[in-house]
Design a protein around this ligand. Structure first.
Ligand code: S3P
Length: 433
């Protein structure tokens, strides 16, 4: 495990291009594998999670070519995923673990075993097993809840499913299964979550309808995913943006960030905090778009104030909430996040990790069952110290940004975890400093 020290930084200046979006890369490869025609994906994320996806798709029969600037996926078609010789290794990738079974469940008479690393073995799959079972598939999970788990593919039938938790992964799983099921499958969300799957399915010729918080797909024989260029990942860019806001005197341009409105909750939270992080954000819409909007984000450091994040905003900023806690440490007043119990089942328990980690750096922060409350120190900021990433990429990057903005610097234990989503993170940060 590598420990890296991030000392207090002078102002950050210059431009950085956001790394390719992880969520969109997973989905593009998956839809490519489900399609009949080859799909060319430019700017595919070359990181541990999305390489796991390419390998998993190879295991079920897709041909994947890696070129310097793009990836080509030659799919098997909707109903011809092969049965692999052994377990499919999803590595650390929760999105892969929850989306792929949606497709595999519709493979009549075939059996698939999915497994991953020690973190993945702690992440629940009962949330996808429940709807897939209602559709007719059989799922056998360890302790009825965890990987490794077995998917017995079958002829699926359509359902209307009310999601008990707001989760784009579960929604996507049901929609992908719905594409191969008889009839029209609907998913009702408690609150809106990222809609990349809907957009991409519509772009691939599927019939996708949205009515408020209900999204429906109708069975089809063929998908024809479009070749696409993956936009930059707001969830990765968020670390650069937070560093730009927190490190005194900074002025940055973060280029090519995906600004789909279902992803930009963090930028709206920042705006409420009084931070300067400006881009041409997509407006919320009821329409099912087929493309992903992109913008540069202009960031400048400045004083910030506390804010409250409530349940309806949580899925739109879910992976950035640890950064909201960090920003809260530097804000005047209190920052509270509620309705975010999902953070407990991410790559690590991100409520415990954020609260213990930031407290160790001198923060005044309390955990609640579904979030946290931070009492900001305003301009005094954060002392610094040591933080353990606990194998979680976003916790590693959080520690690094905390270090740059702190008074004494932060040693991040397990910095290599960043390679899961943002392999060039440390280099990009060093260039700005
Ligand atoms: C993701 C959805 C979110 C997010 C994860 C990626 C996706 O998870 O935290 O990093 O690509 O659909 P949930 O849907 O479980 O909230």
């Amino acid at each position: 495990m590598s420990s890296v020290f991030f000392g207090p930084s002078g102002r950050l200046r210059g431009e950085v291009t956001a790394p390719p979006d992880k969520s969109i890369s997973h989905r593009a490869a998956l839809l490519g594998a489900m399609s009949v025609e080859p799909v060319r994906i430019s700017n595919y994320l070359q990181a541990a999670d999305t390489i796991s996806t390419l390998n998993a798709l190879r295991a079920v029969g897709a041909l994947v070519e890696q070129h310097e600037d793009y990836v080509v996926v030659r799919g098997t078609g909707l109903r011809e995923a092969r049965e692999p010789g052994g377990p499919i290794d999803v590595g650390n990738a929760g999105t892969l673990m929850r989306l792929l079974p949606g497709w595999l469940a519709a493979q009549e008479g075939r059996i698939y075993v999915l497994d991953g690393d020690t973190s993945i073995r702690r992440r629940p799959v009962d949330r996808i097993a429940a709807p897939l079972t209602l559709m007719g598939a059989q799922i056998e999970a360890s302790d009825d809840r965890f990987p490794p788990f077995v998917v017995y593919g079958t002829r699926l039938h359509a359902i209307t499913y009310e999601l008990p938790v707001a989760s784009a992964q579960v929604k996507s799983c049901v929609l992908l299964a719905g594409i191969g099921a008889d009839g029209t499958t609907s998913v009702v969300e408690p609150v809106a979550s990222r809609d990349h799957t809907e957009r991409m399915l519509a772009g691939a010729g599927a019939s996708v309808q949205r009515d408020g918080l209900t999204v429906s797909v109708t069975c089809t024989d063929e998908l024809d995913a479009q070749s696409l260029t993956v936009p930059g990942d707001l969830s990765s860019a968020a670390f650069m943006i937070a560093a730009g806001v927190l490190v005194r005197g900074s002025r940055l341009l973060v280029r090519d960030v995906g600004v789909n409105w279902t992803r930009t909750g963090f930028l709206r939270i920042l705006e409420r905090m009084g931070a300067i992080a400006i881009g041409a954000l997509e407006e919320p819409s009821q329409e099912v778009a087929t493309t992903e909007p992109v913008s540069d984000i202009d960031v400048a450091a400045g004083p910030i104030v506390g804010t409250a994040v409530e349940a309806d905003e949580v899925p739109l900023a879910i992976d950035e909430l640890p950064l909201v806690a960090l920003l809260g440490c530097f804000a005047e007043g209190e920052t509270v996040v509620r309705g975010a119990q999902e953070l407990r089942v991410k790559e690590s328990d991100r409520i415990a990790g954020v609260v213990d980690g930031l407290r160790g750096l001198g923060a005044s922060i309390e955990a609640t069952a579904d979030g946290f409350a931070v009492t900001g120190a305003g301009g005094r900021g954060l002392r610094g110290g040591v933080i353990d990433a606990g194998g979680d990429h976003r916790m590693a990057m959080l520690g690094a940004v905390a270090g740059l903005a702190s008074r004494e610097g932060v040693e991040v234990v397990g910095m290599e975890a960043a390679a899961v989503s943002y392999p060039a993170f440390a280099e990009d940060l060093a260039r700005l400093a």
